[in-house]
Design a protein around this ligand. Structure first.
Ligand code: NG6
Ligand code: CA
Length: 512
């Protein structure tokens, strides 16, 4: 039996998550613990949402969530790509402390070790039912290529605190293109076993690079990769064979994620739950459902943004219908900043018009400049959070300790070592947030909200294929974000003392 009784909210933060002993105390109210949903978009930029000022795209459902909640202007994912970003979100550990947390292949071993504590473990210990739905991209099994794709794939989300999971192993553009529910591939025909490799093609299976005539939906952008296994007329990264009946339909990915999320909500409405929803929108390949096609005027990328907005609306409606909207805390954010051409000829560049996915920031996905990690971030909890806008400096790395704080717990025994309890900031009671955040892309950066230091890096300054300014520079960079949000003027030479201060913070963090 899960306990559904906790202290009145003012006292909740001090109580231990079990809270049962205090049931009989007078202060106790019959208030149920809030349900918590992390809704994490993929590659959606700060400027991709109308609540963040976009006039070119309309996201009414997200706007509604923002209007009833707190919209952040200086919130960050930990990294400018998915795997390290999600790793840190779940573990409260900086991904850059490890050298094996880069963009994971579709057959990567599980990046988070089963023994590592996660935010889902924390909720589960507090009696929550936990679920992970959608984009995973954190590897499965104990080693690269170690998956039993035709059987029970283990270790997996259940070892990281999730009671239920319905996930894509990696990304939409990586094989295997199948749904994995509770660590088994959905609809797999045992007579058509699935094989996956990231090393060598399977004889007889046509590849995108040799058979452009088979690419009926999207073609890879020139020189971009994405030219290996062909699935549903789209070529991807990696090789796969078999499992024909289990393949996802690209146009149904958002529907599948949404339906599973709504069902999870309906099923668990009586008792507290924690649900992670990782949408596939607006990652490549962008192939939204026909009902969104042509609706944005910006081609598949814009249409995928509308599809994302629809998913948000469906989740909100499901909460309303279940009668639990008031007491559900939703964190809506993105795993990293936006990219326009990420490798498919989907006209995203040609049809972009005046739209600025990165808002006022420089760079984008993959970049050390702000647009790499300064992402959309909304906290909605009608019962507790007053609507508004917060300029507090916050990072996804802190959600773990902050959610523990919400449960009245402090992380101990090395859990979430880089995660700090910033609950007050997340709930709008503190307008300052962190003293500093660390951003990870080709290099590490430190921002205190006013000043930002980007450590020197030998990496390329520019990625021509994605048209991204990566922010790498052999020299130290220092920007004043208050006066120069577009990071145009490097002030490192003028303010060596500020460089020294921020650099020292970084060195100290690295030495931990
Ligand atoms: C890159 C892919 C890109 C995307 C990215 C991961 C190429 C040329 N580019 O390697 O399309 O899949 O990895 O994106 O293959 S993320 O949002 O999941 O981190
Ligand atoms: Ca991403």
């Amino acid at each position: 039996m899960k306990s559904t009784i906790v202290l009145g909210i003012g006292a909740t933060l001090l109580a231990s998550c079990s809270g049962n002993k205090q049931k009989t105390e007078e202060k106790v109210t019959q208030q149920q613990k809030p349900n918590v949903i992390f809704l994490i978009a993929d590659d959606i930029g700060y400027g991709d949402l109308s609540c963040n000022g976009s006039k070119t795209i309309h996201t009414p459902n997200v706007d509604k969530l923002a209007a009833q909640g707190l919209r952040f202007t200086d919130a960050h994912s930990v990294a400018a790509t998915s795997t390290p970003s999600r790793y840190s979100l779940f573990t409260g550990h900086y991904a850059w402390r490890r050298n094996d947390t880069g963009i994971a292949a579709g057959n990567a071993g599980m990046v988070i070790r089963p023994e590592q504590p996660t935010v889902a473990d924390m909720f589960r210990e507090c009696g929550y039912t936990t679920g992970a739905i959608g984009k995973w991209h954190l590897g499965l099994s104990d080693r690269t290529g170690g998956q039993d794709w035709n059987g029970f794939i283990t270790p997996g989300p259940s070892d990281l605190g999730f009671d239920y999971s319905y996930i894509m192993a990696a990304t939409g553009d990586r094989v295997p293109c199948v749904w994995v529910e509770n660590q088994r591939i959905v609809n797999l025909d045992p007579n058509d076993p699935i094989e996956v490799s990231y090393e060598k093609p399977f004889p007889g299976e046509p590849l995108g690079k040799d058979h452009p005539e088979l690419l009926t939906k999207l073609k890879p952008s020139p020189n971009h990769g994405h030219n290996q296994a062909i699935v549903n007329g789209i070529s991807r990264i990696g090789y796969m064979k078999g499992g024909k009946q289990a393949l996802w339909e690209d146009e149904n990915i958002a529907d599948s994620i949404t339906v599973k999320a709504v069902r999870f909500i309906e099923k668990n409405k009586e008792t507290p739950f924690f649900l992670y929803v990782g949408t596939n929108d607006a990652h490549v390949p962008r192939w939204p459902h026909p009902r969104f096609v042509g609706k944005s005027g910006m081609g598949p990328r814009g249409d995928a943004l509308l599809q994302f907005d629809w998913t948000v609306g469906e989740i909100m409606a499901a909460l309303e219908k279940a009668g639990i909207a008031e007491n559900t805390l939703i964190v809506l954010s993105s795993d990293n900043g936006p990219v326009v051409d990420d490798g498919y000829a989907d006209q995203a560049v040609e049809l972009l018009g005046d739209h600025k996915p990165w808002g006022a920031f420089r760079g984008g996905k993959y970049s050390s400049f702000e647009a790499g990690t300064r992402v959309p971030f909304i906290v909605s909890w009608p019962a507790e959070v007053k609507p508004g806008v917060s300029d507090a400096l916050v990072s996804q790395v802190d959600l773990y300790a902050s959610m523990a704080g919400l449960m009245g717990k402090t992380l101990e025994n090395g859990a979430g070592p880089d995660s700090r309890n910033q609950l007050e900031a997340f709930l709008g009671k503190d307008n300052k947030g962190r003293d500093y955040i660390i951003e990870q892309a080709g290099s590490l950066s430190v921002s205190d909200g006013e000043w930002k230091y980007i450590a020197p890096s030998k990496g390329a300054a520019y990625n021509k294929l994605t048209n991204t300014e990566l922010g790498n520079n052999k020299e130290a960079q220092l920007y004043n974000l208050k006066q120069d949000i577009g990071e145009k003027k490097n002030l490192a030479a003028e303010h060596p003392e500020i460089v020294a201060k921020l650099k020292a913070i970084l060195e100290k963090e690295k030495a931990k």
